[in-house]
Design a protein around this ligand. Sequence first.
Ligand SMILES: C[S@@+](CC[C@H](N)C(=O)[O-])C[C@H]1O[C@@H](n2cnc3c(N)ncnc32)[C@H](O)[C@@H]1O
Length: 435
Amino acid sequence: MGRTARKRKRRLKYRECDDFSLESLQNTILLKKSMQSLGWKNDSKLILKNFVSTGRGVSSLLNIKSNQKLIEIPYNLLITCANAFELDLIQNLCKASNKFKAQEILAVFLILEKHKNKNSKWKFYLDTLPEELPTLPWLCTEAEFSTYPSYLMAIVSKKKWDLEIGWERVEKSINSSWICPCCEQPLNRVVTLNAFTWGYVVVNTRAVYVDPGVAIKLFGRDLSNFLSDAPCLALCPFLDMFNHSAEANTRAELICVGDSWKYTLTTLTSYKKYRQIFISYGSHDNDKLFCEYGFFLIHNHLNNIRCSLEEVLSVSNISLNKKQRAFIENRCLPSDVYVSTTGLSFYLKALFYVLIKPDVEWGRVIYSEDYSSCDIMFMCLTIKKILSFKKAKFIEDLKKLKYVAVSKYALGVVDYMKNKIDLLDIILEVLDSYS
Ligand SMILES: C[S@@+](CC[C@H](N)C(=O)[O-])C[C@H]1O[C@@H](n2cnc3c(N)ncnc32)[C@H](O)[C@@H]1O
């Protein structure tokens, strides 16, 4: 082993030593005890730890094998819309308004239960929820948002808009004469914008998907009069402590054992004891991870840079004839058009081929990926031009953003943009080796 490798190993060892157990915290003790009293069995000997690399997460006192059940949570420990509809206040809210989204209802439920403090039966869980919000790019100020690069703005604006519309709906439905039953304050002093943002973000970053058919069957009531979407979200104590890795592979299932339902997670990846156990939140690139969960991975093999048909056309100086346009539209070629560290995507190559060979039968070469080295060279050179333009634009966007970024959310975007520029550099290097 060389000196650099030895140093790296020492540094890694040191970092692992910095991880520390959270098992002696009152919150962890209460969480585990309460869950066990409600039927949870910690068969995999899972423990909570703070990891230098990710913050709070999960590891085990045992080696975990591939295909092993990691955790099995009884359904009665899940917080679903059904729990929310047990509260009179939530029923009144629904009667006073158009339909809500499941995420909005769960957000209000969390606020009301947290506000009850000791009187909430969910205190054991609520006490484990972070106060601080993750670095979600849609929580920035309007001034910061207006300086986001246009491609990010397009992804983030829908999330920002959904939160704003959700709050508008909730705020409008709260009657100013309603009083909180536990403290007799006006309800609109308890359900505030800040509190709603917290609840909404908790649901966004921690909820799991449950089959809405099962959720409705177990509740015994149809919720379609109150909800505009399906009641498919649930908060799952302890299970929401696992962090994500692009390398992890997990299977999540809602299963019925005897007459009781359980939410189970099985890992298809093995883990050594005491090491962090990751799960997969889905096959997400950094854009998706950042927008939905407020973090991104420095190395994520699913990362890519999207290219639009217009960019390809303008840089290659080609105009399309009718036959080419029809082929591109019918086969939806521009839908999955990107370049990554493994090169050009299937559809990007196909798109190029249709552009540069206007008069041939395209199907055979495209579907067998039988491109000539000359075609590949042209594709790589053109893409390099597009990426160089993008890089210059990102650097310019970054400068503008740095100038106005104050909140941790916009500063998170600054880091995110730097990572995106690094990705462009890596892809440009990869393309150099092809051309
Ligand atoms: C379901 S929670 C996971 C547990 C969380 N770390 C905690 O302490 O409560 C999801 C949040 O964890 C964080 N997270 C998950 N995976 C991560 C990772 N690989 N790196 C950094 N943060 C991560 C993000 O803030 C995300 O919004």
